[in-house]
Every structure is written in C-alpha cells, then in structure tokens.
Design a binder for this molecule. Structure first.
Ligand code: UDP
Ligand code: MG
Length: 312
C-alpha cells in the first residue's frame, strides 16, 4: 500500500461523496486506502461512510465527539500505507496536491511535508490574520520554519506517525511533536485552498487561546519534561538563597543596632522581612514542585522511549 489518506470529520455528510470522488480522480497512480474517522457526528456522516466503505475504504466511528486530535490518533494507528496523508473533510483541502507532497517524501527525503495555504479562503478577521500571528509565534518557539503549522493537509513518512502521540488538542503542533521525536526534515508545499462549501467551521476564536497554552506546554515539556528538577530546583534554590540572605541581613542589622545602642524598629515593621518570608516559602514550594515532578517523570511510561534511527 502506497498511501493511507486519513480524514477526520465531524458533521460533514454533504462533503464526503464529493471528497471521495475528488481523491479518486487525483490519485490514479497510487495504491491507497481511505480512512474516515467520524468524530461523533450527529448528522448523516456515518451513513454516508457506511455506503462508501469497501476494500480500501474504511471508517472508524467514535461514540462521541472527542476532537480532531483524537480522530487523527486513531487514524494514525490504523494506517497501513508507507506514506500517510491527512486532510480535512470539508473540501477546503485539495487532494490534487498529494502526489507532489508524496514525491517530496519519497525522493527528497522529507519526514513530513506540511501544506501552506498561502491564499487562504477563510474569514480574514477571525482566521487569516490571527493565524499569521499564531504561526509567527509558533515559528519562534518551535524553531520550525513553517508558514502554516496547523494546515490539515499534511503528508508523513509512516515512521513518523507511528512514533508520535497526538493527544489533547496537539494536532496543531504535529510538526513540533515530530521534531521532538527526532524527525527533523520538515518541509512545506504551497497548496490550493477552497472556500468551505457545506456546513460550518468547527473551530472558534478560543482556539488561539488554547493553541498558545498548548504551545507553552509543549515547549516546556520538550525542554524540562524529562528533568523537571532542573527547572524548578534551580529557581527554587535561587529563590531560597535570596530569602536566606535577606534573613541574615535582617538579623545582623538588628543585632548590630542593639549592640551599639542605636535606634531600631521591630523586625516585623520592615518590608524586607515580608519579602524574605515570601522568598523562602516560594523557594521551598518550587523545590517541592521539582521533586514531585521528578517522581512523576521517573514513573512515567515514556521515560526511556528513545527513537533509534539505525543499528549495525
Ligand atoms: N473536525 C473533527 N472533530 C472536531 C472538529 C473538527 O474531526 O471536533 C474535523 C472537521 O470535520 C474537518 C477538520 O476537522 O474535517 C477541520 O475542521 P474545520 O474545517 O471546521 O476547521 P477550519 O478549516 O475552519 O479551520
Ligand atoms: Mg475547514
């Protein structure tokens, strides 16, 4: 099997037959399977999928709506092709782009090729402009030079999807997950984009808030996920030291004034006392967070999952 085409969908019944016909017309030179993942649709999507199902057309139906990441996760698990392609179900992504993306993987050695909707046919205010900002941030944080990180149309070497785990809403950052797993030959291809023909978009503006938080989590995890004590311990010790020095200073000043018969005020009357108190307590808390994090990291299942490229 050359390709697995994974199509996550939620209430896209009208689009599906057209989408299948369009894919079939675009991929004449390949052997491929279609995997429709119905993410708990409440319209006729599943009925349509059942009618289309056959030898190389499969459907997976969730009992409820879990989100696009979950759908991709199950699709990746089921995929049998040497190259795995994902695309949206709403006819916005063009399957005519697939052959070139596959060629880039096969011949140019890319691990992952992401689409780039350079001329995006969505609402400018709610999608296009925020998306530019979002992608700029994502480029800086992840160090991956993609213009359209969250494009639904992507192609992967099968290895990649079998070795990363998409969860939560992390479908936005699959290139980053791939990079963190050591698949760093990541390319992009400009792709045609269409206006949504049927139904409506499933993602609102909250995706930018969630997206940014997820980006921070991933960045932190990739840096300190396996060694939380290095982050929390360092900041905890620094904080504690600051508090300690202040405390010593407060006591020394008090003793000095007392010994020399100078005027002095109560220790609790000075701001420094409270700052020292906060710093000491924060230091201990941070240190404790690091220690707890270390215990979690130590018992986590993936603590020794390394990507081995080759052996001889
Ligand atoms: N989708 C999904 N589960 C969800 C939300 C969306 O499987 O909970 C699918 C949706 O049916 C479509 C793709 O993800 O195939 C992209 O969604 P959409 O077109 O709404 O996003 P947009 O293009 O507006 O960013
Ligand atoms: Mg869409």
């Amino acid at each position: 099997m050359d390709l697995s085409i994974i199509i996550p969908l939620y209430n896209e019944a009208e689009s599906l037959p057209e989408l299948k016909a369009w894919i079939d017309a675009s991929l004449k030179d390949f052997s491929y399977e279609l995997i429709f993942v119905d993410d708990g649709s409440t319209d006729d999507s599943w009925k349509v999928i059942q009618e289309m199902a056959g030898k190389d057309v499969h459907g997976i139906r969730f009992r409820r709506n879990y989100g696009k990441s979950a759908a991709l996760y199950e699709g990746f698990a089921a995929a049998k092709g040497k190259v795995v392609v994902t695309m949206d179900a709403d006819l916005q992504d063009s399957p005519e782009e697939i052959p070139e993306m596959v060629r880039m993987i096969r011949e140019e050695g890319y691990d992952l090729v992401s689409g780039w909707k350079q001329k995006r046919k969505d609402n400018a205010l709610t999608k296009n402009i925020p998306s530019k900002l979002y992608n700029w941030t994502a480029r800086r944080v992840t160090g991956i030079k993609l213009h359209d990180m969250n494009c639904g149309l992507k192609a992967y070497r099968a290895d990649v999807v079998k070795n990363i785990e998409v969860y939560g809403e992390m479908h936005r950052y699959i290139p980053y997950l791939a990079k963190n797993a050591g698949f760093d030959k990541i390319g992009e291809k400009r792709v045609q984009h269409q206006k949504r023909k049927y139904g409506k978009s499933k993602f609102g503006l909250d995706r930018f808030v969630h997206g940014m938080l997820d980006l921070m989590s991933l960045r932190f995890l990739s840096r300190f996920g396996g060694r939380p004590m290095h982050f929390f311990g360092t900041s905890g010790i620094l904080m504690f030291l600051v508090g300690f020095v202040m405390t010593v200073w407060i006591i020394a000043a008090k003793l000095y004034h007392q010994a020399n018969g100078l005027k002095f005020r109560a220790v609790t009357d000075q701001p420094l006392f409270y700052l020292a108190l906060v710093a000491l307590v924060l230091g201990v808390i941070l240190f404790l967070a690091g220690f707890l994090g270390e215990m979690i990291a130590r018992s986590s299942e993936g603590r020794n999952n390394y990507q081995i490229k080759e052996r001889v």
